[in-house]
Design a protein around this ligand. Sequence first.
Ligand SMILES: [Zn+2]
Length: 331
Amino acid sequence: MPPSTRHLLRTLATVLLLACGATAARAAEPPKVVASILPLHALAAAVMEGVARPHLLVPPGASPHTFQLKPSEAKKLQEADLVLWVGESLETFLEKPLRTLPKRARLVAVGALPGVETLPPRESGVWAEHGHDHGHRHGHGHAHGKASAAAADHEREIDGHLWLDPMNGKAIVLGLAELLAGHDPERAERYRANAAREAARIKALDGELRTRLAPVANRPFVVFHDAYQYLERRYGLAAAGSVTVSPDRPPSAKRLAALRKTIRERGAVCIFAEPQFKAPIVASLAEGTGARTAVLDPVGAPPIEPGPEAYRALLDKLGRDLAACLAGPIG
Ligand SMILES: [Zn+2]
């Protein structure tokens, strides 16, 4: 073999070796994650930071209770490896599209992740004065609510706004890290380290919220829709009622009369509207009662932007907005 040919062969061998090495070193694609609502998207984004960004279905400012999925968005679901949601009780718009979810995709109801505690939904829109006993917390797996013939087939009834207890947020990031590590073992340590950091930040925020809300814990208020049970329980807040049980249904005259009575009797300090809904009823309820009106955002509307910080930004803003309105002079 002439030296020139030998040289050529050696060069070729080196090129092949380098090419193979590069292929072996190139990591597998990270899992494609789709999250229904901004708080879940934020928690997933925090766990996946530096790896990939999850996709958000309900944009900031929209409500999962009234949202409709566009066909282009439904396509995102078809491409997903992991789909995060609370469940039918919250994201009704997903019920149908999820029926055609490819087998490869894994659907994760975050309420079932280890350590996430759920509460049964409240029935009425006017709530008893809070005492020291905040009732029993239900771990997942407990059945509750009204039993019905179809109950056995259905998910147990829960109040879907479970992200509003920061301890649930913490449990969700830790649970997600394990799920992602299972899908993508190469990046397992990355997911776990990200989750541990986010969990520590959430824990610190929980302490701040406790300090900020303690001075206003006994001030009664009324919310627009029944979204804040988890937050109320966590910080012992004195919520007196909600304008609607389900924001897609207008309150009945009977309900409004009961609320007006409650606002007067309990001396509600604030009535909170929400950025996701036009609710002129809030101003008219406050009229002549001395209650102030303000806005609370339970899901994430502008100025909150989706991303790894958004979950903490949402809770922080809730704490500030609650404290700001409740702390003022009583009318
Ligand atoms: Zn809601």
